[in-house]
Design a protein. Structure first.
Length: 335
């Protein structure tokens, strides 16, 4: 086939301004699970509500094992239809969809890159996903949610193999690449037991230069996204500054694929500061997706972004003012 070069990319495929939320449901439950009982894809109303609030994109988590029950085999037709339906509904609402296999670099409990799940299995997933969605420019490919316990040097090679497979398929979509160690912004440049993300992930390249790095950053004490308090806010804000510097130094781009706070005023204020930092650096950050929307979350879930009978929760009210309709994205200065 003809080699893909940057000149192939038309102006319509300029880097999107991705500002929105994660809408959960399709990643819920044990696999395989029963659709609309153990797990469910978001309905059209969820996407319409996000768009009405000013969102431009949605990160859509789903499970690899449900879509592809056997490695290196065709996708399950019913599950693919459910995924397609959600993507269609989101696109019709005016949203770009960040397609997110939400599996932590594991498949049926076995780590990608192990003897049980060789890298070729992961490459096959993306070869099929890219081939399926390459005709839809309103999709973005996020390789994997929060890889963990994988050495950074190994994960860098795995990510590169997936990027190569996507481009070989002819797909031109933006690709979002996570690091290992849950792709935390706060530890991106740290010497971890699995190595350094900043060093190893910088080795991943894309012939189209249509690639961004995925970072996640919570504000609780251990950055795990489990508690309502936010004692880690100051360190989280510094992490965003440090990652921004890393991105700018290498001419790279970033995407904050997960972050969340409770309704506590001091936490909402810290979240607004963090998001504003990214909005103010559009050459480095292509956008963000807050956690977590979706009608299947319990009403008392600490990070629930769904409205209550009293109206929008404080977190979503704050995010509305930071989405594209109220804060311009400087798309023209991006390559």
């Amino acid at each position: 086939m003809t080699a893909i070069t940057a000149s192939v990319v038309q102006p319509a495929l300029a880097e999107p301004c991705l500002r929105g939320v994660n809408i959960s449901g399709a990643e819920f439950g044990q696999t395989p699970g029963r659709p609309n009982f153990d797990y469910a894809y978001p309905g059209a109303d969820a996407f319409k509500r996000l768009a009405a609030n000013g969102g431009t994109s949605v990160r859509l988590p789903f499970r690899w094992e449900r879509l592809q029950p056997a490695p290196n085999k065709p996708f399950d037709k019913d599950e693919l239809a459910r995924l397609d339906g959600a993507v269609k509904d989101a696109n019709e609402a005016g949203l770009i969809v960040v397609v997110d296999p939400h599996d932590y670099a594991y498949y049926k409990g076995k780590q990608v890159g192990s003897a049980d799940v060789p890298v070729a299995n992961f490459v096959d997933l993306w070869k099929r996903l890219a081939g399926h969605f390459k005709g839809n420019p309103r999709t973005v490919f996020s390789l994997m949610n929060e890889p963990y316990d994988v050495r950074a040097a190994d994960w860098s090679k795995t990510a590169q193999a997936a990027v190569d497979a996507i481009r070989k398929s002819g797909a031109l979509q933006l690709i979002i690449v996570p690091g290992t160690a849950y792709t935390g912004a706060h530890s991106w440049s740290s010497e971890l037991a699995v190595g350094r993300n900043d060093v190893e992930m910088a080795k991943v390249s894309d012939p189209l230069n249509r690639m961004a790095y995925d970072f996640h950053q919570y504000l609780d004490g251990d950055f795990s996204g489990r508690t309502a308090d936010c004692p880690g806010a100051e360190r989280a804000l510094k992490a965003i500054d440090d990652v921004t510097a890393w991105l700018k130094a290498g001419g790279r781009r970033g995407y904050l694929g997960e972050f969340a706070v409770s309704e506590r005023p001091e936490c909402v204020a810290a979240m607004k500061t963090m998001v504003t930092k990214m909005n103010d650096a559009p050459n480095a950050w292509i956008g963000w997706a807050a956690w977590g929307a979706g009608g299947w979350w319990p009403k008392d879930y600490v990070f629930n972004l769904e409205p209550t009978d009293a109206g929008e929760r404080p977190q979503m009210a704050a995010l509305k003012s930071l989405m594209a309709g109220n804060s311009a994205c400087d798309l023209g200065s991006r390559p």
